[in-house]
Design a protein around this ligand. Structure first.
Ligand code: KIV
Length: 290
């Protein structure tokens, strides 16, 4: 890896907070392995999330629910090796923070110590405020996540936009304020109306990072595979695909298949060679020995 330029300074939790104060947007993306981590980091994205969306986009599960701490840790370590500048955040997967706060702290400590994460994220509002306090007391920066929280897919009855009614909007605002009060340094707002996201963003000191929450959030996050057109799930309304990598890769793979099938690959320049002398000597040798 190229040495990091001294002009490119490391993004830290205070840097993320400063960006809100300065009115500078925060760009965030997921990454799940070494090459995606390098691509995202070298593009100057400020925050890299090893999201539990790993479950669906990389591991092929049909929700984020089954992914385990060990699976997350395996991918986190690969991402850690590829990220130099961005702040590295990891999701606590479903089940790792639901039994009790002690077990949650243990999982978070593994991610920080063994995986090299610099912060953790988990889903939930007021009911998770005590857990936020516990992790912050242990010097672990915490990012909240409210709105359409994919780990609650069974309780929510599907992936639906949240906060459409007055009651649910009030609940979400109270959740966001409770997480800030408990010490979270930022919060993901997922799948909520633009108007509600704008109000929450205005009311909080910590930055809001939107995904399907409109343009008024302090930052935006997308799943890497959605942005590059590599996902197999139909894209949500808020996704903008900047390139169709699946199509590009499909073309490359079928070209390879055709080239091998038609004996166009490998060519002479893609082959290793003997010197003429070596060839002649070997031919003489096998002629002698029969
Ligand atoms: O797991 C994930 O990818 C997320 C999002 C906020 C992108 O939590």
């Amino acid at each position: 890896m190229d040495p990091i330029s001294p002009a490119v300074s490391k993004i830290t939790v205070p840097t993320i907070l400063d960006r809100k104060l300065r009115g500078e947007k925060i760009t965030c993306l997921t990454a799940y392995d070494y090459p995606t981590a390098r691509l995202v980091d070298e593009a100057g994205i400020e925050l890299v999330l090893v999201g539990d969306s790993l479950a669906q986009v990389v591991l092929g599960y049909d929700s984020t629910v089954p992914v385990t701490v060990d699976e997350m840790l395996h991918h986190l370590k690969a991402v850690r090796r590829g990220v130099r500048r961005a702040l590295l955040v990891v999701d606590l997967p479903f089940g790792s923070y639901h039994v009790n706060n002690e077990k949650a702290l243990e999982s978070a400590i593994r991610f920080i110590k063994e995986g090299g994460a610099e912060a953790v994220k988990f889903e939930g509002g007021r009911s998770r405020a005590d857990l936020v306090r516990k992790l912050v007391e242990a010097q672990i920066p915490v990012m909240g996540h409210i709105g359409l929280t994919p780990q609650s897919v069974h309780a929510l009855g599907g992936y639906r936009v949240q906060g459409r009614s007055l009651d649910t909007a009030n609940e979400l605002l109270a959740d966001a304020e409770a997480l800030e009060e408990a010490g979270a340094f930022a919060i993901v707002l997922e799948g909520i109306p633009r108007e509600l996201a704008a109000i929450i963003t205005h009311r909080l000191r910590m930055p809001t990072i939107g995904i399907g929450a409109g343009p008024d959030c302090d930052g935006q996050i997308l799943v890497f595979h959605d942005l590059v057109g590599l996902s197999y799930n139909p894209p949500a309304k808020f996704v903008r695909s900047y390139v169709n990598v699946r199509e590009v890769l499909h073309q490359a793979l079928t070209n390879f298949r055709d080239d091998v099938g038609e004996a166009r690959y490998p060519g002479d320049v893609e082959s290793y060679h003997w010197s003429t002398a070596m060839r002649q000597e070997f031919e003489r040798e096998i002629a002698r020995t029969g």
